[in-house]
Design a protein around this ligand. Structure first.
Ligand code: COA
Length: 165
């Protein structure tokens, strides 16, 4: 897909995983891309906020997960993205940007005016391309993966906007 094309142009669908098969695919991709390479076991890809977070997943026509990302609220107006990951064969084709935009839109419609995240150092450039600003160094994961705290102001919703899932 060329950058900026919608999911329909690629055959991808953006869904909120809800049934057991979708949820397994969602968490498996998160684990495989963000935890397994560092020797972390299944289960380590989840935290205590899953139940009250928004989960988005881009799926191919076979229903397989090709990208995942999560949104939760820190305050009434500040939302946070975590666990963004795109299947390597799909990277560089605009899927990450689409997923992030969908998370931002969801956050705006729920009242957020600011998005924050801790970006892996290798992903800082991606978030900068998507309008984020690095604020300060953050934690180091598994002793090696340095992170940067980043933020972006979200434009307020027009009164006529409707919630899209
Ligand atoms: C970071 C990641 C989510 C980006 O997804 P992607 O689908 O490849 O990104 P996109 O194709 O939507 O890229 C959007 C823009 O960011 C740029 N970009 C993408 N990855 C980049 C990177 N690592 N560094 C700098 N720029 C990057 C693209 O060139 C594109 O630029 P453009 O505006 O000129 O077109 C993906 O590479 C990934 O899953 N990485 C491994 C897991 C990870 O680190 N996740 C983040 C955890 S904080």
């Amino acid at each position: 897909m060329s950058t900026g094309a919608g999911p329909a142009a690629t055959g991808l669908r953006m869904i909120e995983p809800s049934d057991p098969v979708q949820l397994e695919r969602y968490y498996e991709l998160r684990w495989r891309l963000l935890r397994a390479p560092w020797g972390q076991p299944r289960g380590s890809e989840r935290d205590e906020l899953e139940e009250r977070a928004v989960h988005l997943m881009a799926c191919n026509p076979e229903g397989e997960a090709v990208a995942v990302g999560r949104l939760h609220f820190n305050t009434v107006t500040q939302a946070q993205v975590r666990y963004m990951a795109v299947e390597p064969s799909w990277r560089g084709r605009g899927v990450g940007r689409l997923l992030l935009r969908a998370l931002e839109e969801n956050a705006r419609h729920r009242g957020a005016d600011q998005m924050v995240l801790d970006a892996r150092e290798a992903a800082v450039g991606f978030y900068e391309h998507c309008g984020y600003r690095a604020i300060r160094p953050a934690h180091t994961l598994f002793g090696t993966i340095r992170h940067w705290q980043m933020e972006k102001a979200l434009q307020s919703c027009a009164p006529t906007d409707s919630v899209r899932s």
